[in-house]
Design a protein around this ligand. Structure first.
Ligand SMILES: Cc1cc2nc3c(=O)[nH]c(=O)nc-3n(C[C@H](O)[C@H](O)[C@H](O)COP(=O)(O)OP(=O)(O)OC[C@H]3O[C@@H](n4cnc5c(N)ncnc54)[C@H](O)[C@@H]3O)c2cc1C
Length: 294
């Protein structure tokens, strides 16, 4: 357990960070500061529903945190100085450095658009800031029987294509993926998805890699083009570069090499994480099974 009056900073108020902050506030005497770019908890797993204009509840952090001892700071963390145990936060008030005793790193991920030319400029993603304008655009495109191209055949792509095709029956939906769709699912589940795709009239193109996006069309590795009115890019997730910049041990995707659970404690600054027995206790508390690598 942290010393009384120690200062814990939790970075990110997604599922992992918010849960960690709430539990730490309940189970410790430490001062807890939670930092997040936006002032609301985004139910990210429902962003495809948001894009389909379904009612998805709003969750202001002020409401969730009211009555707790957690101090919330809205801002974007731009740097970590591990040796000095300080972080830098930028918000509308300017830039400030804040010290801590313990740091919880829970900055999550975002849809990766860097790998393919034009993906960032010509596609929507299912990150919150993109799902909202996408939701505004789709009714008009559907009304004229327009074309929606979903790039990415993982679970999120399948979920997105199905949700939008079901909501907008006049939309011509195509899902394209570089391998086969929903590869992590069983044969039975994939057969079920195929049936649903047929029911919703979704065209799906497997083994088709998109190499470039331009306004209104996608270029494939095979040299063909796929025209679209709206493109949604869900080709995979990427993580923040902060951990790498701070000198933490990360893998080639930038993920911190410490445990395999959704919540990572920074080992260099966290006695919990450098002492295995404490880490195990903490991991159990958060429902994680893994232990950090030495
Ligand atoms: C459409 C969609 C459907 C999904 N469906 C499922 C599903 O069915 N099941 C499932 O298990 N997973 C699903 N996922 C994945 C799931 O959303 C993520 O695994 C989960 O959100 C990760 O939680 P997290 O708390 O680690 O990070 P996040 O939920 O990404 O939260 C990170 C938080 O950190 C904040 N943040 C990031 N950078 C900074 C910064 N520099 N400064 C301050 N704040 C910052 C963000 O604003 C965010 O609030 C889905 C994802 C999408 C997009």
């Amino acid at each position: 357990m942290p010393q009384p009056n120690s200062h814990i900073i939790v970075l990110g108020a997604g599922y992992a960070g918010l849960m960690a902050a709430l539990r730490l506030a309940k189970k410790t005497d430490a001062d807890i500061m939670l930092i997040n770019t936006t002032g609301a908890f985004n139910e990210r797993v429902r962003n495809h529903q948001l894009a389909a204009r379904q009612r998805v509840g709003e969750h202001p952090l002020a409401d969730i945190l009211s009555g707790t001892r957690i101090y919330f700071l809205r801002g974007t963390v731009t740097a970590l100085q591990l040796s000095g145990r300080r972080i830098t936060v930028q918000n509308e008030m300017g830039q400030r450095d804040i010290g801590y005793d313990y740091l919880v790193y829970a900055l999550g991920s975002h849809v990766r658009t860097d790998d393919v030319l034009g993906a960032r400029d010509f596609a929507y993603t299912l990150d919150y800031v993109s799902a909202i304008p996408l939701a505004e655009r789709l009714p008009e495109v559907s009304a004229r029987g327009g074309r929606l191209l979903v790039v990415g055949g993982g679970n999120t792509g399948v979920e997105t294509a199905s949700e939008l095709a079901e909501t907008y029956r006049d939309l011509n939906v195509t899902l394209v993926t570089r391998r086969s769709f929903a590869r992590n699912l069983s044969a039975g589940a994939r057969a079920h998805i195929r049936k649903a795709f047929d029911r919703f009239g979704i065209t799906f193109l497997e083994n088709t890699a998109i190499t470039k996006l331009e306004a209104g069309q996608a270029l494939t590795q095979q040299g063909t083009t796929i025209p679209f009115d709206v493109c949604v890019w869900v080709g995979g997730f990427a993580v923040s570069g902060l951990a790498r910049q701070a000198g933490l041990l990360v893998n080639e995707r930038g993920q911190i090499m410490t445990g395999r659970c959704g919540l990572c404690l920074i080992r260099k600054c966290t006695p919990w994480a450098t002492r295995p027995f404490r880490w195990k206790r903490l991991a159990r508390r958060f429902g994680c099974r893994s232990t950090p690598r030495s």
